[in-house]
Design a protein around this ligand. Structure first.
Ligand code: MG
Length: 382
């Protein structure tokens, strides 16, 4: 028995606002689509996964799928969801799977239990559809006024996966009339395929807005073990007319001296993230003796730490940074610094704090000889 997953990720979706399509937006440090692929990759009954992408998204897909197993080469979608699924099914036909689970790329939190349930239902039916019974009262409205309630005892909210015996759904798509169907179950029903309803999951949300991304992050953070890591870094002032702090260029009457760009803020955060996963320190991963890191932009250090954290199954919940110096003034740049750190880590800016203090003229920071940075990172594992 061979089971394939067909991930539909060709949509452009504009409801999540400007920027990358929602399936490529960062969610807890990784693209939404990478979470979705991971759910199927880690399921023992799934043998192969094919993703339908938009032709403009080839590089975004490569980044999201980099290094993952079980993946077939992606195919380009068509003008409609129906055309995209058809293209995916035609490509999958070479693999001749027995079953196919068709799933939205923008539903990253599909539980393993639901994937198992859909496959199990195909033992007795030619199709299976994840969904949830409607429990709220459903009411018609007219001109903004409440009208009659609609009986809800036969109503379900449709989710994906929608699972089918492969030959049946391929045949149904090939013979579907020209009209636009909203999903594959509609195509299947038109072809006379019996589709069982499988109880879905409230967490199996579809990411269509920025609010959905925040909700998905909260779901992902739930129930894990909390780890904290701390980082501390110092760099000496030297000749120059600017410093780099938290990835932001700040004009100053001195520079910071270091092997890389001497961004003490990013170095402290990098060490804090590494500390929370027990992965050593920045010098272990990027030795100052290595000429590759001479003058390097320090965002690569932090991005690497974030990647190691993701690989360790950890999600960065919060970063708090304190920069310690008399000058330059940090306040005017703090928001830009938060935004830049959030961007490097692939998490929401609300999860980053950047603040500053002086040492009242005392010590090396007080004398203006150097600048120090302290960071604490909170990570959720599991
Ligand atoms: Mg340093």
């Amino acid at each position: 028995m061979k089971v394939a997953a067909l991930i539909v990720a060709a949509g452009r979706g504009s409801r999540a606002g400007p920027g990358a399509p929602k399936q490529y937006r960062p969610l807890a440090g990784q693209p939404v689509l990478r979470h979705t692929l991971g759910a199927f990759i880690s399921h023992p009954e799934i043998d192969a996964i094919l993703t339908v992408i938009h032709e403009d998204d080839a590089s975004a897909y490569e980044a999201a799928a980099n290094g993952l197993p079980k993946l077939l080469p992606p195919v380009h979608g068509g003008a409609t969801r129906q055309a995209s699924v058809r293209a995916g099914l035609e490509a999958l036909s070479v693999e001749a799977p027995d079953f196919v689970l068709i799933h939205d790329g923008a539903r990253p939190l599909v539980p393993a239990r639901l994937i198992s349930g859909c496959i199990a239902a195909l033992g007795t039916h030619s199709g299976a559809q994840a969904g949830l019974p409607v429990t709220d009262t459903i009411r018609r409205t007219a001109n903004g006024l409440a009208s009659e309630a609609v009986p809800r005892d036969t109503l379900w909210r449709a989710q994906t996966p929608q699972a089918f015996r492969f030959e049946a759904i391929l045949d149904a798509h090939r013979h579907a009339s020209g009209e636009e169907y909203t999903d594959d179950v509609a195509v299947a029903i038109e072809a006379g395929i019996d589709v069982a309803m499988v109880e879905g999951d409230e967490d199996n949300i579809k990411i269509t807005s920025a609010t959905d991304l925040q909700r998905a992050e909260r779901i992902l953070m739930r129930g894990g073990e909390t780890r904290t890591g701390m980082g501390y870094d110092v760099h000496r002032f030297g000749p120059g007319d600017h410093v780099w702090l938290c990835g932001v260029k700040v004009p100053h009457d001195a520079g910071l001296v270091g092997h890389s760009d001497a961004d003490a803020g990013l170095h402290a955060i990098t060490d804090a993230v590494l500390g929370a996963i027990g992965a050593g320190d920045i010098g272990k991963h990027f030795p100052p003796s290595d000429p590759r890191w001479k003058g390097a932009s320090s965002d690569i250090f932090l991005a690497h730490a974030a990647k190691l954290a993701a690989e360790a199954g950890a999600r960065i919940s919060y970063v708090d940074l304190t920069l310690i110096c008399e000058r330059p003034k940090i306040g005017p740049h703090a928001e830009a610094m938060r935004a830049r750190v959030a961007d490097i880590l692939g998490i929401d800016m609300s999860r980053i704090s950047v603040k500053a203090t002086t040492t009242e003229g005392l010590g090396f920071t007080g004398r203006g000889e150097g600048l120090a940075a302290q960071a604490i990172a909170t990570l959720i594992i599991g």
